[in-house]
Design a protein around this ligand. Structure first.
Ligand code: AMP
Length: 216
C-alpha cells in the first residue's frame, strides 16, 4: 500500500508523517530528508543534489525517480513525503509500482495559504541527525538546540530562509500543484485543511487511512 502526502513546503507533511509512522508503521520515504542525509555524508548523489536543494530548486526528475526506484523494494506500506513533485515523477512512480505489482492507495493534499506556509518554514527547525521536525514558536525542543528524540543538533535548514522559502513556494505552484489535477483524475485524492493544529489534521488523516485500509 502506498500513501502520498502532497502539499506546499511547510504544509505539515513531515510532522504528519511522524505521527502516521508511529500509528500505522509506514516505511517513511521523504526525498528531502534523503537528499539532506546524502549531502551531509558527501556522497555522489548528495553532491549532485546539493546545488538544487540549497537554492530551492527541484532536483532533476531522472535523479529523483532513480533514487526512489531503489528504495521501493517490498510491499510496504510506504508513506511518500515530498515525492512525487512533478507530473513526470508521478508517471515515473506509476512505472515503478507497475513493476512491483503495487499501486497508490491514497493521495492526501494538505492545503495551506501561502503566507502561512512561509511563516511555518521560516520558524521550522529540524534535527540534523534524525530529521525530527520542530518549530521555534509552537514546538521547540525541550533543551534549546538539542533533539528530544536522539540528542542530535537542532538547526534551521538553509533553504528555510525567507527568500528561499518564498522561491520554493513558487516552485510548488508551478511544478507540483499540477499533480492535484493529475490525482483528481485518478480519483484517489483527498484534501485536508492543514491550517489547523497538527492534532486536528492527524485525526482526519487517521480516519481517512483507516477507511482506505478497511476497503482493501
Ligand atoms: P523537502 O524536505 O521535501 O522540503 O525538500 C527539500 C528540497 O529537496 C527541495 O526543495 C528540493 O530541492 C529537493 N527535493 C525533495 N524532494 C524532491 C523531489 N521529489 N523532486 C525534486 N526535488 C526534491
Amino acid at each position: 500500500m502506498i500513501v502520498i502526502l502532497l502539499g506546499a513546503p511547510g504544509s505539515g507533511k513531515g510532522t504528519q508523517s511522524q505521527l502516521l509512522v508511529s500509528k500505522f508503521g509506514f516505511k517513511h520515504l521523504a526525498t528531502g530528508d534523503i537528499f539532506r542525509a546524502e549531502m551531509s555524508r558527501g556522497t555522489e548523489l548528495g553532491k549532485r543534489a546539493e546545488g538544487y536543494v540549497k537554492s530551492g530548486k527541484l532536483v532533476p526528475d531522472e535523479i529523483v525517480i532513480e533514487m526512489v526506484a531503489g528504495k521501493i523494494d517490498g510491499p510496504g506500506p510506504y508513506l511518500l513525503d515530498g515525492f512525487p513533485r512533478t507530473v513526470d515523477q508521478a508517471q515515473g512512480l506509476d512505472r515503478i509500482l507497475k513493476r512491483s505489482g503495487s499501486e497508490v492507495a491514497l493521495v492526501v493534499y494538505l492545503t495551506l495559504p501561502g503566507a502561512e506556509a512561509v511563516k511555518r518554514m521560516t520558524s521550522r527547525r529540524i534535527c540534523k541527525t534524525c530529521a525530527e521536525v520542530y518549530n521555534e514558536v509552537s514546538r521547540p525542543p525541550k533543551a534549546a538546540g538539542v533533539c528530544d528524540k536522539c540528542g542530535g543538533q537542532v538547526i534551521q535548514r538553509e533553504d528555510d530562509s525567507e527568500a528561499t522559502a518564498k522561491k520554493r513556494l513558487m516552485v510548488f505552484e508551478d511544478q507540483t500543484h499540477p499533480l492535484v489535477a493529475y490525482y483528481k483524475g485518478e480519483q484517489i485524492m483527498k484534501e485536508i485543511d492543514s491550517n489547523r493544529a497538527p492534532e486536528a489534521v492527524s485525526q482526519e488523516l487517521f480516519v481517512l487511512i483507516e477507511s482506505v485500509k478497511a476497503a482493501r
